[in-house]
Design a protein around this ligand. Structure first.
Ligand SMILES: NC(=O)c1ccc[n+]([C@@H]2O[C@H](COP(=O)([O-])OP(=O)(O)OC[C@H]3O[C@@H](n4cnc5c(N)ncnc54)[C@H](OP(=O)(O)O)[C@@H]3O)[C@@H](O)[C@H]2O)c1
Length: 386
């Protein structure tokens, strides 16, 4: 059995990864579970999967977990450094990166340095440091397996094809809960409205990103690094039914699309079974005769300015995508806490792109410095707005 680590095991991606593993016993040995504070769910996961290590970033939560699992042969560690240290010193066959935002950067880099393949959901890592992550993967012979449904779709369509034959990538977007709304209608939306996604059940941060269309901006950057395609050749198509998960248009006019029900379990399972495919349960299959009509439209970048901000960050290059992504992490945190309006998110990010010093080709320490100064500046700016 291959060894596996799940970072963010208590979140939406983490729990769905463990469900896929439950349905496919004997494939992987879960050796490490990592999360932030949720020791109760982590205890259940430890009892079900019996990993060698469990790491919680929050020290108090780790203390509580330790007391609860004292009867088991599991080593409980505390803190973000402990996680990165363990990933650097132990070699797992595959690491599922399901942490959220900038918190995943150092653990993923440590895992790549140890030679583990990465099943990547935590797209912010590639947005922040795509040039470093992809270079390190090449150097270490590590495969990056996309978990994002759009990127998994493109990865599947590209099997057996060369990126050189691609005319463009078509990233589909559901449009989120506010599709069709105007600027005025969205001025006072609440966090509860923003996280109510019509097709997908996801963690709070990515749900807000989907509502603001920042998610699609991050995905353009992610796709560009994953597939070595320039961002100008990546277009977004709003497709509210979320049946086509993305498409590849080739130079000869042929288009390959990947279709399926909107469930993250499918791309997670594909990454874990790649290059093979494990059989799926009946619930994974499309009901062709009862499919809704599939529709496509352009994204509304006036009502959803985050998409254009992401494109601006790509054009600026250097550390700008790291500023964009980190500022967005903090803005979403404040929005979810009711301390920033929905349109405060793009306003603050635009400001951060202007004030955080630009660097042309940042190394890892410059990216970390950019991340830390963006966190500080973003917090200060939002607090000063009150
Ligand atoms: N959910 C989806 O359907 C989906 C689809 C595509 C891509 N993604 C991407 O996948 C990533 C995870 O999304 P999600 O929706 O699964 O998020 P989520 O439900 O909020 O889960 C986040 C996970 O990360 C853990 N975590 C948070 N901060 C941490 C830290 N500092 N150290 C260690 N662990 C930490 C959380 O632990 P606690 O539970 O203890 O807080 C939780 O296990 C995001 O980058 C998202 O964009 C998600």
């Amino acid at each position: 059995m291959r060894s596996l680590a799940v970072l963010g095991s208590t979140g939406s991606i983490g729990t769905q990864t463990l469900s896929v593993l439950c349905r496919n016993p004997g494939q992987y040995n879960v050796q490490l579970l990592g999360a932030n504070t949720n020791w109760r769910l982590m205890e259940e996961q430890i009892r079900a999967f019996r990993p060698r290590w469990a790491v919680l970033a929050d020290e108090r939560a780790a203390g509580q977990l330790q007391a609860r699992v004292a009867d088991l042969n599991v080593e409980v560690l505390a803190g973000e450094r402990a996680l990165a240290g363990l990933l650097a010193s132990e070699r797992f066959d595959i690491v599922v990166a399901g942490m959220v935002g900038h918190s995943g950067l150092l653990p993923v880099i440590s895992a790549i340095k140890s030679g583990a393949d990465i099943a990547l959901a935590n797209k912010e890592v590639l947005v922040m440091a795509g040039h470093l992550v992809t270079a390190l993967c090449r150097q270490q012979g590590v495969t990056l397996l996309p978990l994002d449904s759009e990127h998994s779709a493109i990865f599947q369509c590209l099997q057996g094809h060369s990126s050189k034959d691609v005319k463009r990538l078509l990233l589909t977007a559901s449009g989120g809960p506010f599709l069709g709304k105007s600027l005025d209608q969205l001025a006072n939306v609440t966090p509860a409205q923003a996280v109510k996604h019509p097709n997908w059940k996801m963690g709070a941060k990515i749900s807000v990103d989907s509502a603001s269309l920042m998610n699609k901006g991050l995905e353009i950057i992610e796709a560009s690094w994953l597939f070595g395609i320039s961002p100008e050749k990546i277009d977004v198509l709003v497709h509210p039914q979320s049946i086509i998960h993305s498409m590849v248009e080739f130079n000869d006019g042929a288009v390959l699309a990947q279709l399926g029900i909107p469930s993250m379990e499918l791309p997670i399972q594909y990454a874990l079974s790649w290059p093979r495919r494990w059989p799926g349960p009946d619930s994974y299959f499309l009901d062709w005769l009862n499919l809704p009509s599939l529709s496509f439209s352009q994204p509304d970048t006036v009502t959803f300015p985050c998409l254009e901000l992401a494109k601006a960050a790509i054009r600026q290059g250097g550390n700008s995508p790291a500023v964009l992504s980190t500022a967005n992490d903090i803005c979403v945190e404040y929005f979810l806490a009711g301390k920033l309006s929905f349109y405060g998110i793009p306003r603050v990010i635009e400001r951060m792109l202007a004030v955080v010093p630009w660097q042309a080709s940042p190394d890892l320490s410059s990216i970390i410095q950019t991340m830390e100064s963006t966190i500080r500046e973003t917090r200060n700016f939002i607090e000063s707005m009150e």
